[in-house]
Design a protein around this ligand. Structure first.
Ligand SMILES: NC(=O)c1ccc[n+]([C@@H]2O[C@H](COP(=O)([O-])OP(=O)(O)OC[C@H]3O[C@@H](n4cnc5c(N)ncnc54)[C@H](O)[C@@H]3O)[C@@H](O)[C@H]2O)c1
Length: 329
């Protein structure tokens, strides 16, 4: 049986603990600077809260780093020096310097490190990827992601989180758009040109951009856009690609859920109902399944540290010269 150490015991750690347990991995240790949080999570999954990270790392095979994005480098260093496989939440880091250091550490020690780009492991994405890879829509000409909803800035809660801490906060362009950037790049190839604009609507938290737009150009010559908002009363999302032979889109009446697949080519057009509900957690389960399989087989995960760094670079290009006073370093 594989054993895991979770570093960071906040919201996402509970999702990973649930998925790992389903996959037969033991949550052996949990560490958090808020020891009560570590205890609660560890107790729920029959593990132990620890304050001795070195000893805990020595005993496990998997280290999940689930802290705020700016608090990861030293944990990556400890894990890779002990030659343990590392799963790190998205966005990989809050600064490009941290991202570079994480890449250096993982590559120097030749340790598989996966960045948690959950969206790739959801059922809707898998269907879309299959259609694109089968050549059904031909060369991609345009790639689109729009998702809006009442998150932080409309009615979402930011209570008791690094997201409200002025020293730790990173806004939507870095935290949440990392999902959209990875989603589109993994389908349409590398993004080579970017321009963007962001807007924050939470007066007391100016560093938190909760609205973002980006115009993209891909290496292939395809173009694309990302629009995302957490301050919209209406909730909706649509993402997909337009190719020279057809289009494929996922759509849902929520910021994250995909409940419809839309496919149209010269030969056929159809819509299918989907039950890709983000909170059901299939993405978390499948990403950990992939990570564990890579660790067992000695393979590198599909979204590793180079992918994570490239995604962060694009976030910074979207922020442009607005980063000063906008994003905590
Ligand atoms: N993949 C997804 O769908 C998804 C969803 C939610 C969050 N996330 C990502 O997961 C990460 C964590 O988000 P969250 O929602 O769990 O945040 P959170 O605020 O709920 O939890 C963060 C935890 O980290 C702990 N922490 C802070 N500094 C620490 C340090 N130096 N060492 C150890 N622990 C520390 C905090 O005490 C807290 O318990 C973020 O990068 C976020 O973007 C990903």
């Amino acid at each position: 049986m594989l054993n895991a150490l979770l570093i960071g015991a906040g919201g996402i750690a509970w999702r990973h603990a649930e998925s790992l347990t389903k996959l037969g991995v033991s949550i052996t240790y949990v560490y958090d600077i808020q020891t009560e949080r570590a205890k609660q999570l560890a107790e729920a999954y029959h593990g132990q809260a620890t304050e001795n990270l070195e000893a805990a790392i020595a005993e496990v095979q998997l280290v999940y780093i689930l802290t705020p994005p700016s608090k990861r480098v030293k944990y990556v260093e400890m894990a890779v020096k002990a030659r343990k496989a590392v799963f790190i939440e998205k966005p990989m880091a809050a600064t490009l310097e941290d991202a570079e250091e994480i890449v250096r550490l993982c590559e120097n020690h030749r340790i598989p490190c996966m960045v948690g780009f959950t969206q790739r492991f959801r059922p809707g994405y898998q269907i879309m990827q299959k259609i694109i890879r089968a050549g059904e829509i031909g060369e991609i000409t345009q790639a689109v992601s729009l998702r809006i909803g009442p998150g932080p800035g409309f009615k979402g809660s930011l209570a008791d989180s690094w997201r409200t801490d002025k020293n730790l906060v990173c806004g939507m362009a870095i935290e949440s758009l990392s999902h959209d950037i990875d989603f589109l790049q993994s389908l349409a190839g590398n993004i080579t040109e970017v321009c963007g604009a962001v807007k924050g609507t939470i007066e007391e938290l100016p560093a938190f951009d909760n609205n973002a737009d980006a115009l993209l150009k891909f290496e292939s010559g395809a173009i694309g856009t990302i629009t995302a908002s957490w301050s919209s009363a209406a909730a909706y999302n649509i993402k997909g690609v337009i190719g020279e032979k057809g289009s494929v889109f996922l759509q849902g009446d929520d910021i994250w859920d995909s409940t419809r697949l839309i496919v149209a080519t010269k030969e056929k057009a159809y819509e299918e109902e989907l039950k890709d509900i983000f909170n059901e957690g299939t993405g978390y389960l499948e990403e950990s399944r992939h990570f564990i399989e890579c660790v067992r087989m000695g393979r590198m995960p599909v979204c590793g540290v180079r992918t994570g760094k490239k995604v962060l670079e694009i976030s910074y290009q979207i922020l442009g010269n607005k980063t000063e006073g906008q994003t905590a370093k």
